[in-house]
Design a protein around this ligand. Structure first.
Ligand SMILES: [Zn+2]
Ligand SMILES: [Zn+2]
Length: 477
């Protein structure tokens, strides 16, 4: 009996010992509470946009004068470089800034292309003879930025200074695990200061150009009433062109092919678009933007919407095959063009945390169009800004759901043109025909000529007629 008890006690102690070890293991290796994404970590800096660089004008110099200056200051002449065997600087090389001959030029990086002038300290790339009188400098350390990559729409200028305060600060913020990850793959992190210089001028692109496609209604056996019916089924009710054609036959006894339905939609879109885009919306100072993706021929496309968050009208829209800053700027320009006078900092522009909006804001700022960008980040109200402005964001998210619903039922489009057609018609419908709860089930923008018409196919016909009149009045003037 005694021996059993002592065996059990010994066993008990062994178990306690093991539990203790396990607890230590848990405490050491499994953190009790860790947030999933620590957005303050530099690992996520790729999502942020840095300050604008300092633009510095560099005066060209004359090496003969510089040599004379050196002579009078130091009492001896500046000696040419003794040639070093491995990577000699070719004899036709001249300093682009001061004109010094090759005998004063160092190979600065062991044959990798960067050269340094001994006389004026100018650094330049071999083969580059043009001297740019403007250089971009890091706003943190004033080091001259080096051009890193040519992307499709922009160049990347990077501060490569290892002692730059911006870089050192980010390096310090790295956790030990992140630091190991950084050592293994530096491209995953954005620790250095970067400036994106856009090569396409999105401010010079024409916003008002008419979409491709026929602009007259010369169809065989064309009836405006049937067109109105097609648009009501296709746009208001979100039926595909095939189902629309079937409804016309089964409900109204009209035989029409789905191709004709698609053609009606295309023509209606190109007629209605100028009217919709030039309408005087009198926007409020609260705009809200969002992008959503759709599929065209199985490929992802993006639809950008900028809406008046208070009056709910869609003011800017774009369909693009990339989620770049370009279409983002275009949709914003389209919305801003609705202001008779740009409200400047009184304008509150709400978007998600996506970088394109920040980059676009930077570009508008360079055009002298400064405004307040409010980015609502994440799904919960973690910060006061998100709490205050989330409702504005929710309004446009609701719009996007409405749009996706109408779009998805059509099973996507076979071409980019098809999706442009759909978006144009959707905007016309949303701004002028659709009843909204915000406006007591009246359309957002009331047009007197439409109000007296009792049914939707009739309203579509009238809207097309008004749009034709608008186009004609523009052609005359
Ligand atoms: Zn020089
Ligand atoms: Zn720097």
């Amino acid at each position: 009996m005694n021996s059993i008890i002592s065996v059990l006690i010994a066993y008990n102690q062994l178990l306690f010992y093991q539990i203790q070890h396990l607890l230590v293991f848990i405490a050491k290796n499994i953190p009790l509470k860790s947030s999933k994404y620590n957005f303050t970590s530099p690992k996520y800096n790729k999502l942020t946009v840095d300050k604008l660089p300092v633009i510095k004008k560099v005066e060209p110099l004359n090496y003969i004068l510089l040599l004379e200056e050196y002579q009078s200051k130091h009492g001896k002449s500046l000696k040419p470089i003794k040639s070093r065997g491995k990577n000699p600087v070719s004899s036709d090389c001249v300093c682009p800034r001061c004109g010094a001959p090759h005998t004063y030029i160092y190979d600065n990086t062991g044959g990798r292309g960067q050269l340094l002038c001994k006389i004026c300290n100018h650094r330049f790339i071999r083969g580059k003879t043009d001297f740019k009188s403007i250089s971009l400098q890091c706003p943190y350390c004033t080091y001259t930025l080096t051009k890193k990559k040519d992307r499709k729409h922009f160049n990347i200028h990077k501060c490569t200074n290892k002692r730059c305060s911006f870089y050192l600060n980010n390096l310090r913020k790295l956790s030990p695990e992140d630091f190991d990850e950084y050592q293994q793959g530096k491209h995953k992190f954005k620790l250095h200061y970067i400036y994106r210089e856009f090569t396409i001028n999105f401010f010079k692109m024409d916003l008002t150009s008419l979409p491709k496609g026929a602009t007259n209604l010369t169809f065989r056996n064309f009836s405006p009433h049937i067109m109105g019916l097609c648009l009501t089924y296709n746009v208001n009710l979100g039926l595909s062109t095939r189902v629309t054609a079937r409804a016309l036959y089964e409900v109204h006894g009209v035989k029409i092919s789905h191709v004709t339905v698609a053609n009606y939609a295309k023509v209606a879109a190109s007629i209605v678009k100028p009217y919709v885009d030039n309408y005087d919306y009198k926007p409020s100072n609260y705009l809200s933007a969002d992008e959503t993706y759709i599929k065209v021929k199985g490929v992802r496309h993006y639809v950008w919407f900028v809406m008046d968050a208070l009056k709910k009208s869609i003011l800017g829209y774009q369909v693009s095959n990339s989620r770049d800053v370009g279409p983002c700027i275009l949709s914003m320009r389209m919305a801003f063009s609705k202001f008779k006078e740009f409200p400047g900092l009184a304008l509150k522009f709400v978007s998600d945390g996506y970088t394109a909006y920040k980059l676009a804001q930077q570009q508008f700022m360079l055009q002298g169009m400064d405004f307040n960008l409010i980015q609502v980040i994440g799904l919960t109200n973690d910060d006061p800004v998100s709490t205050k402005y989330r409702w504005l964001k929710q309004i446009i998210e609701r719009l996007n759901r409405t749009f996706k619903f109408s779009y998805q039922i059509t099973n996507g489009y076979g071409s980019g043109e098809g999706s442009n057609t759909h978006v144009s018609l959707f905007v016309a419908y949303y701004n002028f025909l659709r009843p909204h709860s915000y406006t007591r089930w009246e359309p957002l923008n009331s047009i007197p000529e439409l109000e007296s018409i009792p049914n939707m196919p009739g309203k579509w016909q009238k809207l097309i007629e008004l749009s034709q009149q608008f186009i004609l009045s523009k052609q005359v003037s």
